[in-house]
Design a protein. Structure first.
Lengths: 524, 327
């Protein structure tokens, strides 16, 4: 009897567990869907890239929570027996379960009585799996709202996507910086103090990267990192450190160029697809153009992309945008080849070779570093740039860069001259391309810088005679000032470098620093 | 060893007994059942109701149907304890004067203490020993009451002048306090039909005193599960205003909660009810059924309850509802 009663109660319990799971699942999934829907709806207006994954995660979690809670809330054997008794059996089943193992007369009679009830008890009929219609309707409605709201594309979602992409790139940059930091730490030649100084600067750079919310911010942060690396390289007397920093800077430049190329390729493909594609393709093309424009700092392309979008993808604006893209691509291509040439020929990792850094003909690319040549009497001007200005050599061969490179910025750099020619390379802080020609023109101008000495020119001086006449004779007192002629680019480069150093060492807000830097960039 | 046949036979007897009494006592089915429950649980009953509702007749009917001796004591202010318990008389025996105990009217199986609140507390307390201990002590001797023994006391709730309300200690010794309600018009018509005509109700004896004692023994063995026992105890605990888990109504209106004797009364009578229902286990509904008569005279309500017109039954109802919500 005891076994039969127990088996029966177990079956009731299993049925109640099923009901409990159903109840808890509906409740938990309902709540989960409600939260998910709210998150999804909020993300329509507030940029939150992970809204849909988070919402979906909440729903999945709520499902498992419901499942676990359903199992956990399974009634005990006695509770199950009481639930069965509640169907009008006046505690016969629970008392029979309570009397398990007792064999006295009353207990036996009671169990027999309970068995009669159990025999007539139809568990599935008495405990049908019950799902509340309202609950089901609510869950379905919430699921629909969630799915639909997840599929809607809004400006906030675009912003979220872009920001996320920027953050991802920033993380990659940070990882690269950490790699550089790690490599530097492993070098025994670099002192702890140097490492500490560098780490401090890198930490600041990482912070800037982390705070970057747009491609422009990221670009600026990257520029500043590069500049910091270069400046650190210049400042240090430690050759190993300098080499490592130069290498890191080169890697950063290569990565930036590669990224730009990738973006350009993507934009090109998107534009091809958009020409006869759907609205989504056109929108995608606009986004890619915009991203490329922000990354390379091409306002014209950015405006063209925005205009194309604003005109609801008019064909005429497509053409304009395509032209702007072509121009950007050409520009990038030139820069890339220039960069490649500089890299291949101007490996200027020795700082004791050329006397002048190259004069680059891009908007920022002046270099006024003076270095001591170790070649016999060589003074060569290493140069790169569109103008392909020949290297000048006072004593010896001309330094020359045969390539017609354009505008990859290179400020502080180094040059090298030898008997056969002069080559130069350098890294710049500003990467403008469209002003390259203008920069080239300006940097060709020479201006005189006074040196405070009296000039060497001969002068005539008048001498009064007694007969109201005068005679002219030579005088040793020159009325001219001595001076040297230097290029405009060299002067503005030096000016800008000082300004950058001052600004970087200041506590100005980042945005203000950018503004100041932009001003000095515009001087070229 | 109880066998099912004997058990069923006894259950049948109790049910027949209930039917038999019901033939002549019109409109008091619930009272009949509750009195029988008290008899089967070895308890005393306090019947409260206006005169003329058939209380005395009920007791008489019970004694007839149960084939037990019956005596009636009309309680008055001048009633002395000896008038109830009996007294020692001096009689001549073989030329000597000796004391001989003359049993009072209490020495019967069923005693009707009519209008018990009219007697002085001294006389009322004469019943205490008999009700609780089933003995009477006169002088230096203690006399056992006949078995079964039961006191059915009545009191009039309206006339309070010249009455002595029963003290709490004495009230607690009554297993049940039953409220005898006025019959309905139809029931009244039936009563008229029996009482003002030549028709006469003859009660047949259905059970004997021995049967009652046997049933009492059976009822004690009635199984009660932990869950049901817990419910009964929770009910009693919930009548105590000082307990944190007590419902609000208890905290608001109850001055003193029920004693452990209340828990005993509930469980004992619930078992008896299950027996009368032909079940072999106590159910929650048995507890609920006996909760009112077992608790209503054991709850001391405060002044707020009286001024708000809250009765003990209302408090019990709320407590039961609160317990059901928790469960």
């Amino acid at each position: 009897m005891d076994t039969t009663i127990k088996q029966f109660v177990k079956r009731v319990r299993a049925r109640l567990r099923e009901q409990s799971i159903v109840d808890q699942l509906f409740r938990a999934v309902g709540i989960g869907l409600l939260i998910a829907t709210v998150v999804s709806l909020i993300s329509l207006v507030v940029p939150f890239f992970y809204a849909v994954p988070v919402a979906a995660g909440v729903v999945i979690l709520s499902f498992f929570y419901g499942l676990i809670m359903g199992i956990r809330r399974t009634p005990s054997m006695m509770e199950a027996a009481l639930r069965a008794d509640a169907k009008g059996h006046k505690e016969r089943i629970s008392t029979a379960l309570f009397l398990e193992g007792r064999e006295d007369a009353f207990s036996s009679l009671q169990k027999k009585d309970a068995l009669k009830v159990i025999d007539a008890f139809l568990i599935r009929k008495e405990f049908p799996l019950h799902v509340r219609g309202r609950q089901v309707a609510a869950v379905i409605a919430l699921a629909l709202v969630f799915v639909v709201s997840s599929l809607i594309d809004t400006p906030a979602r675009d912003v979220a996507r872009n920001t996320n992409a920027v953050h991802r790139e920033a993380q990659e940059e940070i990882a690269q910086l950490e790699k550089v930091e790690k490599e530097l730490r492993q070098k025994k030649e670099i002192s702890e103090t140097e490492i500490a100084e560098l780490t401090e600067q890198l930490e600041q750079a990482k912070k800037e990267l982390k705070e970057a919310d747009s491609n422009e911010d990221l670009k600026k942060a990257e520029e500043r990192i590069l500049k910091k690396l270069e400046m650190a390289s210049e400042r240090t007397e430690n050759k190993t450190l300098s080499e490592a920093l130069d290498r890191a800077a080169e890697e950063r430049k290569e990565a930036a160029a590669g990224k730009q190329q990738d973006l350009a390729k993507e934009a090109q493909e998107a534009m091809e697809k958009a020409e006869h594609g759907s609205a989504k393709d056109k929108k995608d093309a606009c986004e890619k153009l915009k991203k490329l424009a922000e990354t390379v700092g091409d306002e014209e392309l950015k405006e063209a992309a925005e205009q194309y979008k604003a005109s609801d993808y008019a064909q005429s604006d497509y053409v304009s945008a395509d032209n702007a893209l072509s121009s950007t691509l050409e520009h990038l291509s030139n820069r890339q080849s220039d960069f490649a040439n500089n890299n291949s020929s101007g490996q200027s990792n020795s700082r004791n070779t050329a006397n002048n850094a190259n004069n680059s003909n891009n908007q920022s690319g002046s270099n006024n570093r003076q270095q001591n040549g170790n070649q016999a009497g060589n003074q060569s001007n290493g140069q790169s740039g569109t103008s392909g200005q020949s290297g000048n050599s006072n004593n010896g061969a001309n330094g020359q860069n045969p390539s017609g490179g354009q505008g990859s910025g290179n400020g502080p750099g180094s040059g090298q001259g030898n008997q056969n020619g002069g080559n130069g390379t350098g890294g710049g802080w500003n990467y403008g391309s469209k002003d390259g020609s203008e920069g080239a023109r300006k940097t060709n101008e020479n201006i005189t810088v006074p040196d405070g000495e009296v000039g060497t020119d001969e002068n005539l001086t008048g001498k009064a005679n007694g007969n109201n006449s005068s005679t002219m004779e030579k005088s040793s007192q020159s009325r001219t000032w001595g001076g040297n002629k230097v290029s405009y680019g060299e002067v503005s480069g030096e000016y800008k470098e000082k300004a950058y150093k001052k600004v970087n060492g200041s506590n100005y807000p980042t945005k203000l620093k950018d503004k100041i830097k932009n001003y000095f960039d515009g001087l070229n | 060893m109880i066998d099912e046949k004997t058990l069923q036979e006894m259950i049948g007897k109790v049910r027949r007994c209930e039917e038999e009494i019901g033939r002549g006592i019109i409109g008091q089915r619930a009272i009949i059942r509750q009195v029988l429950l008290a008899i089967l649980s070895d308890g005393n009953v306090l019947l409260e109701g206006v005169p003329g509702l058939g209380k005395t007749e009920l007791v008489k009917a019970i004694s007839r149907v149960l084939s037990t001796s019956f005596s009636r004591i009309q309680f008055t202010p001048d009633l002395m304890p000896a008038d109830v318990t009996g007294t020692n008389l001096i009689i001549k025996e073989e030329g000597h004067n000796v004391f001989q105990f003359e049993p009072g009217p209490i020495f019967a199986n069923i005693v009707l203490a009519d209008e018990i609140n009219r007697a002085t507390p001294k006389t009322q307390s004469a019943l205490l020993e008999a009700m609780q201990e089933k003995t009477v002590t006169v002088g230096k001797r203690t006399y056992e009451m006949p078995k079964p023994f039961m006191v059915l006391a009545t009191q009039n709730p309206i006339e309070n002048e010249g009455t002595y309300p029963l003290p709490e200690a004495q009230l607690d010794r009554f297993l049940f306090k039953l409220l005898v309600e006025f019959p309905t018009k139809e029931e009244l018509k039936e009563i008229m039909d029996i009482t003002v005509t030549n028709k006469k109700v003859e009660w047949n004896s259905v059970m004997t005193g021995e049967d009652i004692m046997e049933i009492r023994s059976m009822v004690k063995d009635m199984p009660i599960s932990d869950a049901v026992m817990d419910y009964a105890l929770s009910l009693v605990v919930a009548t105590h205003p000082e307990r944190a888990e007590s419902p609000d109504i208890t905290k608001s209106y109850v001055q003193t909660g029920a004693s452990p004797r209340a828990a005993q009364a509930i469980v004992k009578t619930a078992k008896a009810r299950a027996f009368m229902e032909g079940r072999y286990n106590v159910a929650f509904e048995d507890i609920k059924f006996v909760a009112y008569p077992a608790l209503r005279h054991r709850l001391a309500l405060n002044f707020e309850a009286i001024s708000d017109g809250v009765t003990a039954d209302k408090v019990i109802e709320e407590i039961l509802a609160a317990l059901d919500n928790i469960g």
